[in-house]
Design a binder for this molecule. Sequence first.
Ligand code: MLT
Length: 408
Amino acid sequence: MVQVNGNYLKLKAGYLFPEIARRVKAFSEANPEAQVIRLGIGDVTEPLPEACRTAMKAAIDEMGTREGFHGYGPEQGYPWLREAIARHDFQSRGCEVSAEEIFISDGSKCDSSNILDILGEGNRIAVTDPVYPVYVDSNVMAGRTGEADGSGRYGGLTYLPITAANGFTAEIPSSKVDLIYLCFPNNPTGAVASREQLKAWVDYARASGALILFDAAYEAFIQDPGLPHSIYEIEGARECAIEFRSFSKNAGFTGTRCALTVVPRGLMGTAADGGTVELWGLWNRRQCTKFNGVSYIVQRGAEAVYSSEGQSQVKALIAFYMENAAIIRRELSAAGIEVYGGEQAPYVWLKTPDGLDSWGFFDHLLQRAHVVGTPGGGFGAAGEGYFRLSAFNSRANVEEAMRRVRAL
Ligand code: MLT
């Protein structure tokens, strides 16, 4: 018989969100009359912006003509989209990022896992705890960790606890690490990093030769104009960081799929013979071999995000979800629950009440209020005792969910 990848057998339980979906399905089958409101997975609910839809429809019509038909596109993405992103998302904020350094993809989840293809096996890896589970599980699958212990922590990984005591921002590790996953605005805690905090990470990475994998999928939700949106706003970050971004949450592309990864030219790694190698070339090679690009139609839709109509429609979507987050924060606080996040991010992170553990609170909320959230323990041992509510839903559902929580 064929041998399986034994690393998969080290994975604890199922992936968090399918596990939640399984429990919700079982509950709904047993209670068919219950109107379940889902504030669990961070999946958007509002329609695609009109500017994106118009551009995608025009692209479909183009594809229906001999002259306008597009077959395989460039594996790195179409130049017009890469240029629009470089200009609007980076250069407008003073970041030195060129179109050539932007690789279009079908998702930050995929890119933040696939990046391991170009990184060596001996790297010491640091993740926050709690953490977006993909960073950990993809390292387990790639054989970069040992076995999990009783708390679900894998051998070989350095866990950096993020708690109320440190404002949900990890402290610089005391032991040497080579690869650091940072996510700001943070999933799951909704915390955000100041310029000084990011500078401390960049300084550490430059001084120690580490690489930062910076997930900025939620940057569009930052409300405070003084906060950085990109790691490249910090001097020296081009020498030590790769950044992931997505159209999923700002423009509602979770089902449409479009994202990007920035790999700066001149960002170097070490080869086994001690020589240095540019990561850009390796990622380009990886994408050319394993990826055939995002569809022309979807890339035209993403480009429309940068038109003036697209910009105002995306801003309105974000304002809508952030108002949901404000309602969740306000109602939970009024119910006497300790809340964090939700001010610069679409996630509200709360302390589970009445000493319930986080899966216990999940079951309580599902059974008593028919509301689904995400147990903090599912994001890591230090997330135990916390719970995440997502602001991605209709206003009516958010208000109804909060009414039910208040009534508990
Ligand atoms: C989440 O709920 O954490 C998100 O849906 C994660 C993702 O975008 O993959």
